[in-house]
Ligand binder design. Structure first.
Ligand code: BTN
Length: 239
């Protein structure tokens, strides 16, 4: 693993995609500031300042796209939880990969794949974690209630220390995860998942699907039931 540290960039994901051919497998890109941070479904990821984590992990596991790759975001969400637990918090995962503290979002993940024809050029796994902020600044995040680690712990957080714990935990079981797939982390994921066995609505692009959460299956998909019929969602945003 190698780390590239940037002072300011539009988005670490965009940077990683633009420089993908020159970047080795397992390169981590970290920026102090992002001027155009991006979230899932084309949302904005607000820059809360240089003491927060804006990171992209460049992965080039194979030339062909494998079914396990979409689950990397869920693997990473478990890793984020483990690090937050080390700091004494009790995080939850909101399917598929948001990490929450007492219902407030502390971390988001955006995975992007770059392909050329049938060839996979690489995966860019982007992660934002709110490490140091204040309630006034967090209120500029309009779509969801958010929190930051320093607020939860009432002390400043050392970004380098947090980043070191996160990257080492990520790469500790990364190869095993690729071999075994989502089932490798399913139990760890489920024990932190919220909204299980409850009625929910999920936005999938311009559509909203509602139902009772039956489970999260071995592929990490959300299994819902509505009108005694089961259906499976592979992506979406729980409302
Ligand atoms: C989401 O919750 O919608 C995903 C947010 C992902 C944000 C991170 S910050 C680092 C990387 N660069 C980006 O532009 N986005 C991701």
């Amino acid at each position: 693993m190698s780390i590239i540290k940037l002072k300011e960039v539009n988005s670490t994901n965009l940077y990683a995609k633009e420089h993908l051919s020159e970047l080795a497998d397992k390169t981590v890109i970290i920026a102090d500031r992002q001027t155009n941070g991006r979230g899932r479904f084309d949302r904005v990821w607000v820059d809360l300042g240089g003491d927060n984590l804006f990171m992209s992990i460049v992965l080039k596991p194979s030339d062909k796209f494998l079914n396990v790759y979409p689950n990397l975001t869920q693997y990473l969400s478990v890793v984020v939880c483990k690090v937050l637990e080390y700091y004494g918090l009790q995080p939850n995962i909101k399917w598929p990969n948001d990490v929450l503290i007492k219902g407030k979002k502390i971390s988001g993940i955006l995975s992007e794949t770059v392909t050329q024809g049938n060839n996979l050029k690489g995966i860019v796994l982007g992660l934002g974690v709110n490490l140091n902020s204040d309630n006034e600044t967090l209120s500029s995040i309009k779509d969801k209630e958010a929190t930051a680690l320093n607020i939860e712990l009432s002390r400043d957080i050392d970004k380098d220390e947090f980043t070191e714990k996160l990257t080492s935990e990520f790469f500790r079981f990364y190869d095993e995860f690729l071999r075994k797939g989502f089932v490798f982390v399913r139990d760890e994921y489920l024990k932190r998942a919220c909204f299980l066995e409850s009625e929910i609505s999920v936005r999938v692009f311009n559509d909203v699907k509602s139902g009772f959460v039956k489970s999260i299956n071995d592929d990490g998909e959300l299994v819902l039931e509505n009108d005694k019929k089961e259906f499976v969602l592979t992506m979406g945003d729980i409302l």
